[in-house]
Ligand binder design. Structure first.
Ligand code: ZN
Length: 139
């Protein structure tokens, strides 16, 4: 069995952002040379997510608005976590909803996706350097 590990780094200019990372994940799979197996992609921070969905018009704005309704950033003092001096309690909650990681099957050297599936990085407390881990196992 072979394994391959790679980190992707992000620094979004805004507090919140969604980035399609499917091309970087495909590139890592190419580099690994693995044809059959599994690929894990996870955010290495507890205020960011990796998730799979469609790359469809309006969807990222809809996520943004939906997440802001569920866990509004402001007022900051509505969250006990922010009593510590942080201002990112909402980002912890947004990450909890959108998830930590995805696992995708690899078949014939390709991501074995459903028709519209793409992999996204969801940033909820950006403007600093953060990492995504890619781990591939198989043969
Ligand atoms: Zn925090």
């Amino acid at each position: 069995m072979k394994s391959y590990r790679k980190e992707l780094w992000f620094q979004t200019p805004t507090r919140r952002a969604f980035i399609n990372i499917t091309p970087q994940v495909k590139e890592a799979l190419q580099e690994s040379g693995i044809k059959e197996g599994f690929i894990l992609v996870n955010a290495m921070h507890i205020t960011a997510s990796v998730f799979i969905n469609d790359h469809e018009y309006g969807l990222h704005q809809d996520y943004e608005e939906w997440l802001e309704k569920l866990a509004p950033h402001a007022p900051i003092d509505q969250y006990r976590h922010n009593d510590t001096g942080e201002d990112n309690a909402d980002a912890h909650m947004k990450r909890q909803i959108m998830g930590r990681e995805v696992t995708v099957a690899i078949t014939n050297g390709k991501l074995d996706f459903g028709t519209w599936e793409q992999i996204f990085y969801g940033e909820f407390d950006g403007r600093r350097r953060k990492r995504v881990l890619i781990k591939i196992i198989g043969e």
